[in-house]
Design a protein. Sequence first.
Length: 338
Amino acid sequence: MIFSPPLPHDVSPRILPVFTPFAGCPNRCLYCAQQAQTGHAEQGLGIVFEQFERDLEKRFAGGGSPVELGFYGGTFTALPEQWIERFLLLAARYREQGMVCGVRCSTRPDAVSLPLLERLKALGLDTVELGIQTFDDAVLSKSLRGYAKDVAIEGCRIVQDAGMTLGIQLLPGLPGHTTAMFRDDVALACSLEPAFMRLYPCVVFKGTGLARLYERGEYTPWSLGAAVDACAEALRQTWKHGIRVIRMGIAHDVGVTDQILAGPMHPAFGSMVRGRALVPYILRRVDALKRAPKLLMAPQSVRGEFWGYKGECKSLYAASGLTTDKVQWWNAPFFCLL
Ligand code: SF4
């Protein structure tokens, strides 16, 4: 039996991030700690712009391969429009020279409108990542997001109607959020047909409103195991829809983890999720054989996560007769199960 690996190839170019912490945000969401998450303090847009100019000059002074630029850490589309224009026009200058191959930003679903995005598209913005977090109204309200499900859905449609690439970010595990709600969020997100998604299970950053709830015993984050299992199930859904998940879990960058009080985090979070998600994908084929498998030739691209983190999935495969001696790696881009 021949079958493909489930993971759509990640063909994204390298993203050069430009952080504008909290810029354009109408309020502080309950869980948000941009300074800790991005490693950048809140600062004036003029300072960010000058740094952006210097970074671009430095990066391309000696050549260097083209990059995609990503404006993160705030609500980019809610910045004063003259600042959005300055950032995008500078990016466009480098794009004309072939050094920038795309421009993306993250923003809130209530900070987009069709006329605005059409203007920004004309200025070179290609991709909008919407921080949806969840579609559940009660959870959105508790998390101080300030919009409801219908606005989140409409925001996604506006990005697509503007002819831009849509990315959806979900944040499972906010106060009141259950794994069943997350399942619904993922199903709805997939139905909106984004080009890609990011899954960031909720962790408690020091100094946030969420940290205060946690310290008072009024919030319990998801366990690591629950978050991995929920994201594995989510990942399987996205595979079915051909949607790439380009990030799972908080980046374990220097200084970030010291700022986290609690919550599901692990340096190998994404790999753990992919390993667990792969098990039912493979075993469905093994079960279809209706006999013990003799050999599975597997592509090198899944080798790193096939057996799960520290081999945690070996016993699950072995229970269906797929022991380690029956799996071999090859350079073909597909599986062959005998
Ligand atoms: S979560 Fe997004 S919108 Fe909310 S405060 Fe943070 S950057 Fe701003």
